[in-house]
Design a protein around this ligand. Sequence first.
Ligand SMILES: NC(=O)c1ccc[n+]([C@@H]2O[C@H](COP(=O)([O-])OP(=O)(O)OC[C@H]3O[C@@H](n4cnc5c(N)ncnc54)[C@H](OP(=O)(O)O)[C@@H]3O)[C@@H](O)[C@H]2O)c1
Length: 341
Amino acid sequence: MSHPPLAPFVPAEPSNAHAGDPVRWGFIGAGHIALKMARAITAVDGHRITRVGAREATRAQALADEFGGRGGSYEDVYTADDVDVVYINTTHPFHLEQALAAMSAGKAVLVEKPLTLSAEQATRLADAAEAAGVFAMEAMWLRTQPIVREVCKLVGEGEIGDLVSVNADFSVIRDPDPTSRLFDIDNGGGALLDLGVYPAHLVWPLLGRPDSVQVMGTLASTGADHVVAMQWGYETGAFAQLSCTFAGHSPGRAVISGRSGWITIEPHYAKSPEHAVIFSGGKTRTITLPSRGYQHQVEEVGRCLRAGLTQSPLVPLSDTIGVLEVMDCARSELGVRYPQE
Ligand SMILES: NC(=O)c1ccc[n+]([C@@H]2O[C@H](COP(=O)([O-])OP(=O)(O)OC[C@H]3O[C@@H](n4cnc5c(N)ncnc54)[C@H](OP(=O)(O)O)[C@@H]3O)[C@@H](O)[C@H]2O)c1
């Protein structure tokens, strides 16, 4: 797969949603995650899908028939005057080019995780969003989950004292099929960018940018990372252990340890978690905050657009870029390089 150089970015007038008006969504891509987000968007008051664009117009129309709006091409979505925010849900190598096209037409963008293949690409996207004055956010829905937000707040308030460590895994077993996007290096394959960004985005708001990173892992025959374990070190002495793999299952537990207590996020911190078990002050308690899956992310986009924000405080682009810098470093250690870099 070859990608031509991207055209220079030319900003247009932003077209953000006004208070009271429904937020009108246009989709770029109509694959697996598009279906799940279409369900979420249409379940939230004040949001509707007005356009769906796909490489094949018939598949775009099929999604539009089920959830609303009109099906067509990507270009139809970029140029539509009834779209406030473009949801880019194609595979990673296409995110930058498509986000630039949407933003140059004055549209806000929600871009699936990972925002882009690399930190350099993410910086270009962030710079273009700033130049255009439009909203841009990575669809890192983990950080919009009520229980994750509450845990970050409690840790910040000193509930468990100074942090000692965070431990988080994310693994799902997948056959190493070279044609699957998960393993195809031309299509952004690899465990780090598919799964590893989740533990990274859990650790980031708790401990921040690591001062050192150690990486070990193995590659699939396609050259994509298959198993990755990372240890992030901090000058304070704190550390984080993060792992991701397509080679087996894991429970998706997050354990946050402090000098005076610990917190676990249950059941799977990256899959609509609802509970936190907290040991603090010598006692253990459980707090529960229900999750409505991707709907919290949809609500956050609506809240930001109506408030005229160009970034979400829950998922700032600086965090996205920081996480991708660590992913770049880990991929470099493992020898994983994408042709589009
Ligand atoms: N937030 C989450 O929980 C979550 C879950 C899964 C995936 N994701 C992210 O969402 C993105 C899409 O994942 P997915 O599982 O939905 O993938 P997918 O169904 O395999 O592909 C999504 C769309 O990407 C485009 N595409 C795929 N391969 C392509 C190729 N070789 N050339 C050109 N276009 C191609 C197609 O767009 P058209 O429809 O236009 O043909 C396809 O429908 C990824 O970046 C992934 O990391 C997020």
